[in-house]
Write a protein that binds this ligand. Structure first.
Ligand SMILES: Nc1ncnc2c1ncn2[C@@H]1O[C@H](COP(=O)(O)OP(=O)(O)OP(=O)(O)O)[C@@H](O)[C@H]1O
Ligand SMILES: [Mg+2]
Length: 272
């Protein structure tokens, strides 16, 4: 991971999602009321659980601003994935709300949220293993009616190994390469915001650094990234905003820098 990225993030020098986006990321012309108050995407004070089961989330809030990386860390079972699924509409929140660009989308299905511009890479089962790499990317574009080839080229430029392996079954790829397929598939929808649940799970430290670099590169195009990470220290280093969740609640919130410096966070979550 390169420190150089820390200072100039927000330079819109290259666009993953739109060719020639130039001075800023241009979200696709949706019907969201733009520029509402608050963060670009927020799960606000979400309380809820699975089906008729007990509440897992307790007034849990996670959010990401335009052009930023927000990171969610916390112990196993803290509800990080549940919070992401709640934001994506995969479970009903009993109270609280989800807003995208100022619009309340709490009642929308996951499919409708994709149509609104949410790209989500879940923690598990995030690729079709028996399909080729390219077929996986095509699946990501299933909602699109326009020519998605340019986006596929952008994904291949971002992850060159995927271009090499495009005719290979995704199940034959390494862990890090599979995660690239999963992220690439989400990018194929031309999302306005990218949600990643443990994109570096099960990969070596070197591959983790590479994936982080690519994620930073994606964020630099102006695409906000909301991600869960188990590598807390590295994640906080690249986070504009960070959330520590414990037992379904917000335990600590701040900039990545703040939380890295917080003695309580260090002691409890970073090993001192
Ligand atoms: N599909 C489900 N049905 C019922 N309970 C679930 C389901 N998925 C998760 N849970 C429960 O919700 C709680 C939070 O789990 P969750 O997967 O959100 O944690 P996490 O912070 O993502 O953990 P990890 O770091 O291991 O990924 C746990 O008690 C878990 O058992
Ligand atoms: Mg999880």
């Amino acid at each position: 991971m390169s420190d150089a990225y820390q200072d100039d993030r927000g330079n819109n020098d290259r666009s993953i999602t739109r060719p020639g986006a130039g001075a800023g990321y241009h979200p696709k012309g949706g019907d969201a009321k733009p520029g509402g108050p608050g963060p670009f995407l927020i799960g606000d004070a979400m309380t809820g659980g699975y089906g008729k089961g007990p509440d897992i989330l307790h007034e849990c809030t996670i959010a990401v601003e335009k052009g930023e990386i927000a990171v969610i860390v916390g112990p196993n079972g803290a509800g990080k994935s549940t919070a992401m699924k709640a934001v994506f509409g995969m479970l009903d929140v009993r109270s609280g709300a989800v807003r995208l660009d100022g619009e309340d989308i709490t009642a929308l299905s996951p499919q409708d949220r994709v149509a609104k511009g949410m790209g989500f890479v879940p923690q598990v089962a995030n690729i079709f293993t028996s399909m080729t790499v390219e077929e996986n990317l095509e699946m990501g574009a299933f909602l699109r009616r326009d020519d998605f080839r340019p986006t596929m080229e952008q994904v291949y430029d971002l992850f060159p190994i995927l271009r090499e392996k495009r005719r290979q079954a995704a199940g034959e790829l390494s862990g890090g390469q599979r995660q690239q397929v999963a992220v690439g598939r989400a990018l194929m929808t031309q999302p306005k915001v990218l949600m990643l649940d443990e994109p570096t799970a099960g990969v070596s430290p070197i591959v983790m650094d590479e994936l982080f670099d690519r994620i930073i590169e994606i964020a630099r195009t102006g695409l906000p990234v909301l991600m869960v990470e188990q590598n807390a220290r590295q994640a906080l280093e690249i986070a504009d905003k960070a959330y520590v969740l414990v037992q379904g609640r917000n335990a600590h919130t701040g900039t990545g820098k703040d939380l890295l410096a917080d003695p309580e966070v260090r002691r409890s979550f970073l090993g001192g």
